[in-house]
Write a protein that binds this ligand. Structure first.
Ligand code: TYC
Length: 101
C-alpha cells in the first residue's frame, strides 16, 4: 500500500461577503420649503433636478421616501450631513437610515 496517496479534498470556495446596505429615508414635515429639500437632495445625494423633485414630492405625499442605498457608514454620514444642513437654516428636515431587508 502506498503511504502518500493523494485523496480528493473538499473544495472550499472563498466568497467575499457583500456588505449590508442601508436605506437613507427622507421624512416629510410641514415647515421645510420644497425647493430647499430639492437643493439638499441634489447637493448631498447627487440626484438630478427631476429625481430630487420626484423624491421630495413622494415624501410630501406619503410621509417618507427612500432616497438611495449605501453601505452603513456612507448612509449615516450623508443622512447626518443633509439633516445638519437643514438645521443650520432653521428647518426641521430629517433624513434617517435603516437596514435593507
Ligand atoms: N411638506 C413640505 C412643504 O409643504 C415640503 C417637504 C417635502 C418637506 C418633503 C420635507 O421631506 C420633505 N413645505
Amino acid at each position: 500500500m502506498p503511504e502518500n496517496t493523494t485523496r480528493p479534498r473538499t473544495q472550499v470556495k472563498l466568497q467575499t461577503e457583500r456588505p449590508k446596505l442601508y436605506k437613507v429615508i427622507l421624512v416629510n414635515d410641514d415647515f421645510t420649503p420644497r425647493e430647499f429639500v430639492v437643493t439638499v437632495l441634489k447637493g448631498e445625494f447627487k440626484l438630478s433636478e427631476d429625481q430630487a423633485h420626484k423624491v421630495m414630492i413622494t415624501a410630501h405625499r406619503h410621509g417618507v421616501c427612500v432616497v438611495a442605498v449605501f453601505t452603513r457608514d456612507v448612509a449615516e454620514t450623508k443622512a447626518t450631513r443633509a439633516t445638519d444642513a437643514a438645521k443650520d437654516k432653521g428647518y426641521p428636515l430629517l433624513f434617517t437610515t435603516e437596514p435593507e431587508e
